[in-house]
Design a protein around this ligand. Structure first.
Ligand SMILES: O=C(O)CCC(=O)C(=O)O
Ligand SMILES: [Fe+2]
Length: 274
């Protein structure tokens, strides 16, 4: 391993320090961003569903990785940290050129013993669009278990967010984001990263969170997964964060000229018999 170190910040950090890390390195680990007990709660919320999820069916998804979705629906504990101050500060910085930014997907990733290293990639490759002038994704992974070099801690290449589109990532350029349970790795959509190799005999669990410019198609159809009846008792700000908002002056409207949040207002009024 010959790469640059991943910048690290304590849970209490300034927005300026986080912005400097993300601007300069494209990534940052926040030590102890949430209590380990919250990670245990998320794991317990997801466990009954994860046991029925399937292993990855492609090299990228990983034959030794089990991915479980519908996390917002299934994990009240995740809903409490979805708008964590470090996530919001990072999104406000990295996605500042977009008129709005929102949650795009959430996945519970169990990386089993024996899983090889994932292809180093940029998450924005999923859009198939090169040469974007500004960042459109701010992503992250919560350490639901400790992340170690042996158990497959996510690898990142600090500084690779500034590379040209045609530069290939070499395996020895990446460094593992070793983190204690409850820590959070944040990285921009252009920062090369990938799951590590798990030779620990244990399962590494991460909660992948992706956020994007509001004008992009979300990676997950969150408003379909979470219809108004599902979100009726969630905090308004979280409801907006999953997509129930106008994404820009003329993007994301509902009906004649409404904000889609009106759907949630209507569901609430119907329940109250109004
Ligand atoms: O599991 C990980 O550590 C990273 C996974 C990842 O980057 C992805 O699937 O896009
Ligand atoms: Fe990724």
């Amino acid at each position: 391993m010959s790469g640059l170190a991943i910048p690290r910040l304590p849970m209490e950090h300034s927005e300026a320090d986080l912005a400097a890390a993300l601007d300069g390195f494209g990534c940052c680990a926040i030590n102890g961003a949430a209590l380990p007990a919250v990670m245990d709660e998320i794991a317990a919320d997801l466990a009954p569903y994860a046991s029925r999820s399937e292993l990855g069916n492609s090299d990228f998804a990983g034959a030794g990785t089990r991915r479980t979705g519908l996390v917002l629906n299934r994990s009240p504990a995740y809903r409490r940290i979805a708008m964590h101050p470090s996530v919001m500060a990072a999104g406000n910085r990295v996605l500042r050129h977009a008129p709005s930014w929102i949650l795009s997907s959430v996945g519970f990733f169990e990386l089993f013993d024996g899983e090889p290293k994932q292809l180093l990639h940029r998450d924005i490759w999923k859009y198939g669009v090169e040469g974007l002038p500004h960042d459109v994704d701010l992503n992250g992974i919560w350490a639901i278990t400790d992340f170690t070099a042996e158990n497959g801690a996510t690898h990142v290449i600090p500084g690779s967010h500034l590379w040209d589109d045609d530069r290939q990532a070499a395996d020895d350029e990446s460094v593992p984001a070793e983190m204690s349970k409850g820590s959070l790795l944040l990285y921009t959509g252009k920062t090369f990263h990938g799951g590590g190799k798990n030779i620990s005999g244990q399962t590494r669990i991460g909660l992948s969170v992706q956020h994007s410019a509001g004008w992009l198609v979300q990676t997950e159809m969150l408003m379909v997964e979470c219809p108004p009846a599902e979100v009726i008792d969630w905090p308004d700000e979280l409801v907006r964060f999953i997509g129930y908002q106008r994404r820009g002056p003329a993007v994301g409207k509902y009906g004649d000229h409404d904000d889609p949040f009106v759907l949630v207002d209507e569901a609430r009024a119907a329940r109250a018999g109004r």
